[in-house]
Ligand binder design. Structure first.
Ligand SMILES: NC(=O)c1ccc[n+]([C@@H]2O[C@H](COP(=O)([O-])OP(=O)(O)OC[C@H]3O[C@@H](n4cnc5c(N)ncnc54)[C@H](OP(=O)(O)O)[C@@H]3O)[C@@H](O)[C@H]2O)c1
Length: 324
């Protein structure tokens, strides 16, 4: 497995990281089984993945519990990334729960203590703010509180998710930021405009998420709009409905043909393309089953073996997508 260093840290991470949102079992349909999830995580480990990304939000802590069970003593040889700052309202049982970002210092501390317990670890390698505060806590206060958690040895490095370039610059005025997590895929490229250049300029690593576009780019859905149960967030995701979906499906078919020429699954080509973007340190993928993990890890073959000419062709295919 290829590894890269998060700039300014002692953390080497696998270029492909396992994302634990789906294995949390909430908002990803009715086919998430803990046994399959554990096998998927073990397959990732066996394939050389050393970056695992989770969050208190994912299954309201269930993803953390599954991750800790699946890793066991192998926790010592991986980089555990999790998040802070989300609180829940409503009712998870009826699916009417909603989450909002509360970055008050006491909230952050409580999140970290609970995460350490669920993850069965003494220290979080990378603690990321899940998204910007919705309750008015100044970023300076948040960064100070995160710095204190670092000083106490509960956290090794601080990261941000879903901040724009201006938010990142403001955060850096108050303390080091090791990584910024942002959506990036062949179907969603806004981060390339200002965020990735800002991260490179300021020596901040980039962890890309949703590189598979929630499964859309894998080609598994075909040309007919997929039906998802209400328990699957993709039932309410505009990219899976209407004329945008029809255009995306045609594009995905082209993309799959390019992947076939390289002898890899479309998911692998999609992950490799993201991992190859300048400034990207690691690319996350979600997976519910070991077979998906194995397909996704074939991205390494592209990253190691594609010639300059092949990359020109891959980039040309990526450039053909004009947006939803
Ligand atoms: N910081 C943030 O705000 C944030 C936000 C989103 C995600 N993330 C992180 O990034 C990770 C990845 O993002 P994501 O899980 O939202 O989306 P994703 O990786 O784009 O899509 C994951 C889904 O794609 C399907 N899939 C995976 N491999 C496949 C394969 N080989 N063939 C066919 N389908 C496949 C699976 O769902 P089905 O089998 O049901 O189709 C899987 O759950 C998350 O788990 C999380 O750790 C962070």
């Amino acid at each position: 497995m290829l590894t890269r260093r998060l700039p300014g840290t002692d953390l080497d991470v696998s270029v492909l990281g396992f994302g634990c949102w789906a294995v949390g079992g909430l908002w990803w349909g009715d086919d998430v089984r803990d046994g399959d999830s554990i096998e998927a995580i073990r397959a990732a480990l066996a394939g050389g993945v050393t970056l695992f990304d989770t969050a208190p939000l994912y299954g309201h802590g269930h993803a953390d519990a599954i991750l800790a069970r699946a890793l066991g003593p192998d926790r010592q040889r991986v980089v555990l990334a999790t998040k802070v700052g989300v609180e829940f309202g409503g009712d998870a049982a009826t699916g009417t729960d909603h989450a909002r970002s509360n970055l008050a210092p006491d909230r952050l501390r409580a999140d970290v203590e609970a995460s350490l317990r669920r993850l069965r670890t003494d220290v979080i390698d990378l603690l990321q703010v899940h998204w910007p505060c919705e309750l008015g806590t100044p970023l300076a206060e948040t960064m100070q509180a995160l710095g204190e958690l670092r000083t106490e040895g509960k956290v090794r490095h601080i990261g941000l998710c879903n901040y724009d370039a201006a938010g990142l610059t403001e955060a850096l005025e108050h303390g080091p930021v090791a990584a910024l997590q942002t959506p990036l895929s062949v179907l969603r490229r806004d981060a390339e405009r200002t965020l990735l250049p800002a991260c490179r300029a300021q020596g901040v690593g980039v962890i890309a998420y949703e590189a598979l576009c929630r499964g859309l780019i894998t080609g598994r859905f075909g040309s007919i709009r997929p039906g998802f149960p209400d328990s699957d967030l993709r039932a309410r995701d505009g990219r899976f409905s209407g004329s945008g979906y029809v255009r995306a499906a045609a594009y995905v078919a082209d993309f799959a043909a390019a992947a076939r020429r390289l002898d890899v699954p479309p998911s692998a080509l999609a992950l490799a393309w993201v991992a190859h973007r300048p400034g990207v340190t690691a690319t996350l993928f979600g997976a519910k089953r070991a077979a998906q993990v194995e397909q996704n890890l074939a991205a390494q073959r592209v990253l190691r073996g594609a010639s300059a000419r092949a990359w020109t062709l891959i980039d040309a295919i990526a450039d053909r997508w004009t947006g939803f």
